[in-house]
Design a protein around this ligand. Structure first.
Ligand code: C2E
Ligand code: CA
Ligand code: CA
Ligand code: CA
Length: 286
C-alpha cells in the first residue's frame, strides 16, 4: 500500500484499488458462505478416474475427485473452491464426506465384482484434515462402516504437506499403513523437498506430477527426471503412478522407462461412479 501511495497514484486510482480489494474480499466471503451451505446440504459429487497398469491396461484403482454440484451453476471444478475450503477449514467436513462417499462407492463395486477386478479407491487428503484430532480413528471407523478392508483405500498426500517435518503426520501415516491403507505422495517432484524423507517412511506410491509428463516429450532433461524418479522408486520398493497421460506417446515412453502405473485423459477423464463401474466390467477399449 505504501508503495502505491508513494508512487503518487492519484486519488481515483487509489479508490479503484480499494474497490478492487473490497470486491475481491466480498467475493471470497460469498464463496465461503455458499461453500458452507454446500457442505451442510451435501452439494458435492465425486468423479472417478482410473489408475491403469501401463502394460496390459488393467484398472487397479480409481482416484476420487470432488466436484461442487451447485443447484444453479452446475458442476464446479475443485480448483474453484479447494483453496477457500482449506483456508476456512470447511475442507474438514467436506473431506469427511469425500472419504465416506468414496468408500461407500468402492464397497458397492466390491460387492458386484469378482475378486480379481476389485479396484482400490484413492482419496485426496489435505493438511487440515490430517491435523484434526482423531483423523486416524475416523478413517478406521469409515472403513468399518463401509465394510471394506483397508487395502481398498489409498490416501494421497501432497508432497508439500510433508515438508515441514511434522513427526505426528508420519506416525499417523505409519498407523494407517500398518492397517493396510496405501499411502501415496501426490504431485511428487513439485515440492522441492529433500529426497531423504523417502527412506524409512510409510509410503507405497509416488504420483509423478502431470507437469513432468507434459514436458517430457520435448525436453530431454525433463525426461531424465521422470526416468530418475521411476528408478529411484524401484530401488526404494515403491510403485509409481504417472499423472496426465494424454496420448499414446506418453504411454509408450513411460512404459519404456519401466513406469508401472498411469492415469490421464488418454485412458479416461474422471467419470461418474456408474460409468466407472461399467468400465470395470468391460475393460478398456484403448
Ligand atoms: P490432483 O490430485 O493432482 O488431481 C489430478 C487432476 O488432474 C484432476 O483435476 C484430474 O481431473 C486432472 N487430470 C487427470 N488426468 C489428466 C490429463 O490427462 N490431463 C489434464 N490436463 N488433467 C488431467 P481436478 O479433478 O480438477 O482436481 C484438481 C485438484 O483438486 C486435484 O489435483 C486435488 O489437488 C484437488 N482435489 C480434488 N478432489 C479433492 C478432494 O476430494 N480433496 C482434496 N483435498 N483435494 C481435492
Ligand atoms: Ca491427487
Ligand atoms: Ca496429483
Ligand atoms: Ca496436481
Amino acid at each position: 500500500l505504501a508503495l502505491y501511495v508513494a508512487k503518487g497514484a492519484g486519488k481515483n486510482r487509489w479508490r479503484r484499488y480499494q474497490n478492487h480489494l473490497h470486491s475481491a474480499m466480498v467475493e471470497r466471503l460469498e464463496l465461503r458462505s455458499a461453500l458452507d451451505h454446500a457442505v451442510n446440504e451435501g452439494h458435492f459429487v465425486l468423479h472417478y478416474q482410473p489408475i491403469v497398469k501401463l502394460a496390459g491396461d488393467d484398472v487397479v484403482g480409481f482416484e476420487a475427485l470432488v466436484r461442487w454440484d451447485h443447484p444453479t451453476r452446475g458442476i464446479i471444478a475443485p480448483d474453484q473452491f479447494i483453496e477457500v475450503a482449506e483456508e476456512s477449514g470447511l475442507i474438514v467436513p467436506m473431506g469427511r464426506w469425500v472419504l465416506d462417499q468414496a468408500l461407500h462407492t468402492v464397497a458397492q463395486w466390491w460387492r458386484i465384482l469378482p475378486r480379481v477386478r476389485r479396484p482400490y479407491v484413492s482419496v485426496n487428503v489435505s493438511v487440515r484434515q490430517f491435523r484434526q484430532q482423531g483423523f486416524v480413528d475416523q478413517v478406521r471407523a469409515s472403513l468399518e462402516f463401509a465394510g471394506v478392508p483397508p487395502h481398498a483405500l489409498m490416501l494421497e498426500i501432497t508432497e508439500t504437506l510433508l515438508m515441514g517435518d511434522d513427526e505426528k503426520i508420519w506416525t499417523d501415516l505409519a498407523t494407517l499403513r500398518d492397517l493396510g491403507v496405501k499411502i501415496a505422495i501426490d504431485d511428487f517432484g513439485t515440492g522441492y523437498s529433500s529426497l531423504g524423507y523417502l527412506r524409512q517412511r510409510p509410503i507405497d506410491v509416488l504420483k509423478i506430477d502431470k507437469m513432468f509428463i507434459d514436458d517430457m516429450l520435448g525436453d530431454t532433461q525433463q525426461l531424465a527426471l521422470v526416468s530418475g524418479i521411476v528408478s529411484l522408486a524401484q530401488s526404494l520398493g515403491l510403485t509409481v503412478v504417472a499423472e496426465g497421460i494424454e496420448d499414446a506417446r506418453h504411454k509408450r515412453i513411460l512404459t519404456r522407462l519401466g513406469c508401472p502405473l498411469g492415469q490421464g485423459y488418454f485412458y479416461s477423464e474422471p467419470m461418474e461412479a456408474t460409468e466407472a463401474l461399467s468400465w470395470l466390467r468391460n475393460p478398456i477399449p484403448v
